[in-house]
Design a protein around this ligand. Structure first.
Ligand code: MN
Ligand code: MN
Length: 316
């Protein structure tokens, strides 16, 4: 059911197409309201737990109200551009300049006529690829928690770029609702008693506690994430290649026919380390080519280096 009133009152002081373009990030962007609504709506449809289903459909529906609020802000900010374009009120050159100067993209102005379009702030169309659900509640709830914290941050940045008090207030509301949603998703995650690791299969215990110090040298740092009782730390990297005690090779059992074909392929493309052919880059080498091989061939003596660029370009 559509309610003609917005979830939060939108008061915009004056049109500002540049700001409207920035607001599009939360309309049709990766962390925007449409992405949030579709994420929770589809998760809710597939959910088997009555409590989570209700939670997801409640929040999905609220995100649609947020889409309406941010879309209304964008529409208000673009009212000037929309009127000027539709009525052709200015001289052509003046209108041409005003669209460019406002920071609004030509696509937004010409194709969408200043209306709220399902694009992000760079004009990229919304895509379902922003929704990363896997139909596994502990994985999806963690993703939802991260999505809410990302949306919160983007609202924070948008609040920082506008001095319009009415917009600041509405964005502050939208930002705060993402905080509330994050709290609900955290509760829903921890309402599942065994929520880590995700899924049914247990991890292999001898690998579940290992920390591998693969980046060694100055800057090595320790903390509870890599030292302490919870961790079997490996600093000697020769112990990890391979880590399973096997020989570390990759193998597959092939049919006799495929094996013979692969042997032919390998023989046909064998490389000969004893030949040192002159190639196209040797023949065409000019200044800046570095070391190349001479045409009369023969080995290391015939390697020469072209003059440096500065030397070659010096007046003769
Ligand atoms: Mn929202
Ligand atoms: Mn939210």
């Amino acid at each position: 059911m559509h309610n003609k009133r917005l979830q939060y009152t939108v008061r915009v002081s004056e049109p500002n197409p540049r700001l409207a373009t920035m607001m599009l990030e939360q309309f049709g962007g990766a962390d925007g309201e449409l992405a949030a609504a579709m994420r929770y709506f589809t998760q809710g449809l597939g959910e088997d737990d009555a409590g989570r289903k209700d939670l997801l459909l409640d929040i999905a529906t609220e995100e649609l109200s947020h889409l309406e609020v941010i879309g209304s802000i964008i529409a208000m900010l673009n009212k000037g551009v929309k009127a000027q374009l539709a009525e052709g009120a200015m001289e052509e050159a003046e209108l041409y300049r005003s669209i460019g100067a406002s920071g609004v993209s030509a696509k937004e102005a010409l194709l969408f006529g200043g209306g709220p379009a399902l694009i992000d702030s760079a004009g990229v169309p919304w895509t379902a690829a922003y929704v990363d659900s896997r139909s596994e509640p502990t994985a999806d709830l963690r993703s939802n928690i991260a999505a809410e914290s990302r949306a919160k941050i983007v609202y924070e940045r948008l609040i920082n770029v506008t001095d319009d008090p009415g917009i600041k207030e509405a964005l502050g509301f939208l930002m705060t609702r993402e905080i509330a949603h994050q709290k609900s998703f955290e509760k829903a995650l921890y309402a599942i008693e065994d929520n880590f690791p995700s899924g049914k299969l247990p991890g292999i215990s001898k690998f579940a506690n290992i920390y591998v110090n693969t980046s060694q040298g100055e800057g090595d740092a320790n903390g509870p994430w890599n030292v302490g009782e919870q961790w079997d730390r490996i600093d000697d990297l020769s112990l990890t290649m391979p880590i399973d005690g096997g020989d570390g090779t990759a193998r597959v059992v092939l049919s006799l026919g495929d094996e013979a074909k692969l042997a032919k392929l390998a023989a046909r493309t064998t490389s000969d380390p004893t030949c040192n052919p002159v190639t196209g880059v040797d023949l065409g080498a000019g200044p800046g080519a570095g070391r190349t091989t001479d045409e009369d061939m023969g080995g290391a003596d015939d390697i020469h280096e072209a003059p440096a660029i500065a030397e070659a370009n010096a007046p003769k």
